[in-house]
Design a protein around this ligand. Sequence first.
Ligand SMILES: NC(=O)NCCC(=O)O
Ligand SMILES: [Zn+2]
Length: 533
Amino acid sequence: MAKQFDLIIKNGAVLTSDGVGRYEIGIKDGKIIQLSPSIDSGLAKEVIDAEGGYVMPGGVDAHVHIAQDFTSGPKGVMGKCADDFLTGSRSAVCGGTTTIIAFAQQNRSDESLLKVVQNYHALSEKSGAYCDYGFHVIITRPEVQMLEKELPKLIEDWGITSCKLFMTYSSMQLSDNQLLDVMYETRKRFMTTMIHAENGDLISWLTNKLEQRGLVEPFYHAISRPPVVEMEATHRAIVLAEMIQNPVLFVHVGSASAAQIIRNAQTRGFPIYAETCPQYLHLTWDDLKRFHSPKCFENSKMICSPPPGPDDSDQEALWAGLRNGTFTIYSSDHCPFRYKDVHGKALGVLQHEQSLGSARCPVDQEHLSEILDDKTGHFKYVPNGCPGVETRLPLLFEYGLKTGRVSPERYVDLVSTAPAKLYGLYPIKGALIPGISDADLVIWYPNDALPSFKLTNANLHHNVDYTPYEGMEFGNWPRYTIVRGQIVWAEGELRASASVGKYLKRGTNQLATRPTNSIASDKRRVATWLYKA
Ligand SMILES: NC(=O)NCCC(=O)O
Ligand SMILES: [Zn+2]
């Protein structure tokens, strides 16, 4: 007789952003079809006993860099991502994430965003993926005609309803004028505008001054970007966004001062969304001196933009922001570069030597250890970014939920439900609604069932040769990850192939609130005349 369910999950503490309850979950054809206090095990082909552990919607990581080539154009992020869709999504599911949103990146030489997206999609189709995935688009050519023509197609044909704009990296940086041009177009189409807020000119100026003084080791990456660099750009972007009444999302917010500026705008009633990431809750400037000696080039492993805060006082403010709603979402900003790789962090040495005319030959993968062992290099040539798609959920579980810094409900909201809403995937993703939601789930170990362990990079499934969180203690980890009803990760083993993941067409921001009337009509801040017929 045909079974009513493909899979039943029994004895779990079912946790959503609304609360915790003892429910059993019935799954059929990739969907959740029943949630009730008890379901007869005989009705299912397969049963998982959660033994009292938390069962929650799968993680939605709205900020991952995968298969991105940053090499084109001078003074960009540099390097090439070490993870493709296969290895990046593999790492995601092994850490409890069932949906990722990656970046289709327009370079200045790309005349069509649609082409960019088609090419990027071909990469994901070629490698396959272990989890579902969608795309944001990075816009570096703010040409109004192109935007008018292509944005509607991106939305309708591809379900791409968000774009990322940069205020730094000269190969991607937009001027205020250009930011306004793009925001004016995205506003018309209810696209979510993501902003990387750092003052690129200030960074270049400080970098030159550091260079003149010979201060170029990895640590000085942070000194070239003190928190005020992020704070100024955040304030400026809010002024622009408010002027034309276009809600924006600040990605990877790393400093207390930027979080405060965002909080002020939210309190005024202007809809601003913000994201923070694990690196800003767990790292400080000291981590850029962590390896061997403060001058050791290995410290380049910790370079990301913006850098983490100078000390842990920023971290406390960011934890508060996660609790009080300043931060809407918590993402990884997984930006995977290998240390010993000619496309990775090693570029900090290789490009530096080339710029000095002292490049050693041959500069290839084989000779890299030899070259890196000399431990010289310049931070400005080091690709910016750290890996973290697999550690995102466990870190916030261990250091946020278990310590009481965030409630269990807030935890689910930050890692799954809010990103699903913000990026138009809810309630298919980020929820456990019978008959509606995909059966994307994470099941944790019951309390104290997993002996606590110190993380090492060998535990992880990305294609990167280090983790910034090496040695940190964990007492829990996703025990099962289920993507549309398929068990992809179980008790430390990958159980599926990369044919599970599907491309997701997304809707528009479901959190979007309109600015309050008083703020929308404040002629001191808003071009109120701009939208009058
Ligand atoms: N965040 C980071 O350091 N790398 C990723 C690229 C970017 O957004 O800056
Ligand atoms: Zn960024």
